[in-house]
Design a protein around this ligand. Sequence first.
Ligand SMILES: NC(=O)c1ccc[n+]([C@@H]2O[C@H](COP(=O)([O-])OP(=O)(O)OC[C@H]3O[C@@H](n4cnc5c(N)ncnc54)[C@H](O)[C@@H]3O)[C@@H](O)[C@H]2O)c1
Length: 248
Amino acid sequence: MAQLEGKVAVVVGAASGIGAAIAALFSSEGAQVALADRSAAGVEATRARCIGPAKVSSHVVDVTDAAAVEAALAAAAEEHGGIDILVNSAGILEEVPVLEMTPEAWDRTIGVDLTGVFHTARYVAPHMIERGGGRIINVASQLGIKGGTGLAHYVAAKAGVIGLDKALALELAPHNILVNSIAPGPIETPLIDGLSEDWKRDKRAELPIGRFGTAEEVAPTALLLAASPSGDLYTGQTLGPNSGDVMP
Ligand SMILES: NC(=O)c1ccc[n+]([C@@H]2O[C@H](COP(=O)([O-])OP(=O)(O)OC[C@H]3O[C@@H](n4cnc5c(N)ncnc54)[C@H](O)[C@@H]3O)[C@@H](O)[C@H]2O)c1
């Protein structure tokens, strides 16, 4: 039986990479899926991959814009009759040594990778409360646990997401909302195209598995957290499909 039949999932950052793979998997597991991203063309490409039996909708939104996030979530709830699951996979990554990092570069990354996560969780929670509960799944990174060079803003944002999710897990548990982070290792998506070859070579050498993952290898972790009974006992946790890069 389809694991998400009858559920409505909003996937933010659905236009590419990990978010797109999660949206396609959730659709194939019977969920209605609302696809949200700042890239309209990317959302439409993902829509073509969502071949499940339930409804799919598209929402163009920039997660740094709180009012736009609130409006997009309200539109998704209206269109699908409610929201049960939020996945936030939107993210940016710019490699720059900390001694060359400008405040603008810092703010850009924190704005998308941390504040954007706050916006989506903040404005989805009332819809889940209306529904009697829900699941919030945020895509952090193993770098938020382990650290990494050339990415101080990104590392800080991802550590922030892991902390934010623990706080949300505590505050939202009385509303039957479970909140968890996924902290992948390096995954072959457009996000890492901008990393230098040196960075990637050094990282690959650190991995016990010896290779980067694929988005399709991360998506089942989101399904585990979203579905019942597989996800029922997880809240405030950080799951690590990370090629062994971090062993907490
Ligand atoms: N690829 C990796 O190695 C890796 C590893 C660990 C964690 N992550 C995290 O996984 C998540 C997904 O990354 P990915 O690898 O699939 O990258 P990706 O670039 O393929 O996808 C990121 C998506 O986020 C969207 N996005 C960016 N800024 C946005 C904004 N302001 N508003 C709305 N949407 C926005 C992009 O349009 C894109 O569709 C990110 O949070 C990333 O930090 C990726």
